[in-house]
Design a protein around this ligand. Sequence first.
Ligand code: NAD
Length: 378
Amino acid sequence: MFDLMDEWGPEKIVAVSDAKTGMKGVLVIDNTARGIGKGGTRMQPTVSVDEIARLARVMTWKWASVDLFYGGAKAGIQADPVSPYKEEILRAFVRRLRNEVPEEYVFGLDMGLTENDAAIINDELGTRGAAVGTPYELGGIPYDQLGITGYGVAEAVDQAVATTALAGRRVALQGFGAVGHAAAERLHALGYQVVSVSTAAGALHDPNGLDIPTLLGLRRELGDAFVSALPELKIESGTELFVDADIVVPAALQDVIDVSNAGNIKGRLLVEGANLPTTVEAQAVLRAAGVTVIPDFIANAGGVVSAAFAMDARHSAFRPETGQIFEAVSTKLRANTIQVLEETQRRGGTSHDAARSLAQERVKQAMQLRGKPLPVNA
Ligand code: NAD
């Protein structure tokens, strides 16, 4: 159950439902000391308040880590994104949050939502300002289609490889969605060999390196089911992160690396493309085993950098050049990767602890500048 009530937040939890559509959802605004709540909106049948609160907290640290002025928040809708009633459910959800949007929270993309859904949100609330990640044709920055988060994950991999002088360049990857496919594309362009990939429909492995341009073409044609087009490369689902590789990139689900399997990771570098892919206990196991970890809120922060551009674009007739966004993502994420590696070395412990303490310092300063808190138990 929900156990995240501490000095950082959450500031507000709004649970909503609608009997007509069966919609159930939640908005968690975690900490707005540095700016209004901004974080993606997830649609999955298993969404829970606890999960959204954990993800909202990740957003608090993510915004502070990239030093951009928004606060941590996240929304979740408990529904199947392939439901024929997706649009009705989505409209019912956003209608219920009229009081909070866009003054306290702006919708964005996360698992289960696409650019088109962002357009529907704006339509439902009658404003261009309710959601970011809208299509290009509506003046938005379609950051999932552009693959900006995955691009940033690959940039973080490349920087960590350079900083730690890692010799190998073989990558085990989980997930081939908005983040995973774009990470594979950029890693391939940077000369990395992706040896395993997966989708919800199955996993593929080729120790000599998968043909990424072919997989990208198959994905465009067949979606997640493309893995079934290559039966000779299939491996058991769930084993794709544990194959022989130098670098491991989970880019799909949360909590996939836990204390029961962390010891089976063969890579020496793990870069978190997904949010919360490693449990706290697993992070300690990886640390003890000498695996370098780049935390989620550092490695997948390309999404928030582009979301920050998109927040401005909501009120502007001008749109930034996409090249400018990619450049900003690369610069910020490479600098942050170096900083976190250095800080981890300086203070010991896990890289998550080191990265969190840097982010917390910024959030704490903002909270203090907004007024002196009462003494504890006042
Ligand atoms: P997505 O829905 O586009 O893709 C998810 C991918 O994971 C799909 O390929 C799906 O088939 C795969 N998948 C689902 N279940 C699986 C399983 N059991 N085994 C293997 N693969 C499985 O989602 P996304 O936007 O790519 O998000 C992935 C992760 O990245 C999430 O944790 C999300 O919170 C995080 N993230 C996304 C963004 C973004 O900009 N999209 C930004 C930051 C973090």
